[in-house]
Design a protein around this ligand. Sequence first.
Ligand code: 7PJ
Length: 277
Amino acid sequence: MSFMTFGDKSLDLSRPHVMGILNVTPDSFSDGGSYSSLDDALAKTERMILDGASFIDVGGESTRPGALPVSVEEEMDRVLPVVEAIKARFDTIISVDTSTPSVMSESARLGAGLINDVRALEREGALQAAANTGLPVCLMHMRGSPSTMQDNVVYDSVVEEVSAYLMARVAVCEAVGIGRDKLILDPGVGFGKSLPHNLALLNHTVDFRRKGFPVLIGLSRKTMIGEVLNVPVDERLYGTMGANAATYSQGARLFRVHDVKPHVDMLELMYRIEREV
Ligand code: 7PJ
């Protein structure tokens, strides 16, 4: 079936869904102060839900190219109050963008519905922590680590290598009891990939879909859009939408984006045309 359960909510993954990005890293807020950061996070959350987001993806670790690691305590302090506050106020699915076992466990306890791990549960203890939550997991491919991932990126065949990696992680998940019905795959646009790699992966979205898992794509405002269009980050919406539309046509149904409303509208049209209803 095409339904997947995220905590207390079930979604039909034969239709598209938008995941709104909520960064709770200090540099993503104007003043960095914790009081207004929470208010700001809640205001952004409300906006994204009104605009039609199915998920709010809360992330407390910057994984931008060149970003440095954050301590467990710091990540917990950033993420958990936001998860708790969103859960108390809104009826949405909270996704936690984390690789940290204790953030996974505690977020789940506070009502998160999805673990979104750019390291595909490779960090020590993450596999077991994720399995213990019973939640679905988005497994993303990354080559290297954020601090070095864009240095010297070489693949023989990027599509085959990313696909083989993700299927190996699926096997590892299954071995600890995270069933296939709880897994989402993501090729990891921009995570240790040059522009040609990103383009090849996107043009082979259907290959990932054919493995039998829902596919999530996260390319919103990323460097690859800037490289193609030669535009700064605040002018990447149209390019982002075009690239997401291309992957929808190849079966991607989950879209992690900053700009929720334009994507909800665009994807609704794509879906309605495909269904002719
Ligand atoms: C992704 C993500 C992505 C998933 C980030 C950024 C970098 N999670 N978290 N897929 N990217 N699943 O948004 O520029 O592509 S953080």
